[in-house]
Design a protein around this ligand. Sequence first.
Ligand code: GLA
Length: 391
Amino acid sequence: MKTQRSLRSVRFLIPLGCISITLLTVLLRAGSQSEGHRARVADLGEPSLAVVAQRWFRMGVGIHDGLPQRLEDHALLLRHFRVVTPENSLKPAAVQPRENQWFFDLPDAFVAFAERHRLQVVGHCLVWAKDDRTPSWFYPEGDSPADRQLLLQRMSNHIRTVVGRYRGRITEWDVVNEALDDGSEWLRPSGWSRLCQEEFIAGAFRWAHQADPNALLIYNDYHNELPAKREKCLRLLRQLREQGVPVHAVGLQGHYEIDQVPFEELERTFEAIRALGLKAVISELDIDMIPRSRWWAEGGRYREELSRYDPYRDGLPAELLERQAQQYARLFRLFRRHADIIERVSFWNLHDGQSWLNSFPWRRVNHPLLFDRAGRPKPAFYAVVEVLQEP
Ligand code: GLA
């Protein structure tokens, strides 16, 4: 009797349940159509990357400087990330393109937006030690000791002004970016190294620390997990530490290419960073699906051919989506193992449609991130979430 009654009520409840689920779906769909992308992303109900990562490290993203106005980005960003790096507007060429002409409107609005939404901000970057990334007014004409002093003084004025302006609000800085040489030199040849050797690096960290003693100060570079550049990077850090220079973390940019992610070298790099008593940051992560190294090979002889190469205009084949997922998963498993020294993992750009790798080093439709062009999570997203949730 009792069983019969409950069976009857189940029979009655099932259609009721179906009706309410359908109703709910219709309502959600209607909402998502009226609010566009924002609601669609929120409706999917996928886990938040930042939340599943929080027991290991903070999740961040390098993002468009016009973020406050880009309403279509807000839902995806706020759901998955807790740290933002403005892509360009704090670089020296943007902030002080001419001596004492300062442009703070964009970063001011960016930082205010971040504060309203409880996001942390990474300042990127105070010195970009490359000639084509250093506004030419920084460099004095000659190379006398007085010229050297002048360059250091311009740098210190720049750093003090920028870091001081955001003291306590921008909590970490890429102090020096890309100072190491890719070839046989130690430091990259530039006006900086020519006039000051490594002294400009020590100075940059000291001035940044003076301007904000609580900020996390990072030396940032690419390929610094590969043996040749890693040795140079470790030598630099060791030297800075011996001199009592306040450097706190090494930024590994992490611009990888599919099937060439340097897992073993990364492992060694984390061990070396730990041995130095420093922290690591993955500062600009992505996995290029259309490998780019050939662009620079053999004096650039493949460039013409490559510039017409655009194989995934209509999307990434399922097999490649899966391979990307596996490689991201392996990477995050590695990051998890070294979570004791990894402060933060930041992707470079929010979704595939916004990646710099759609235009660098040639124009092509690329798919390097965890979210597709509509902001939908890709297999790589679910693979990373699974790794971060594993017990
Ligand atoms: C480097 C820089 C970043 C950015 C990327 C590509 O890694 O550090 O600021 O310019 O290249 O966009």
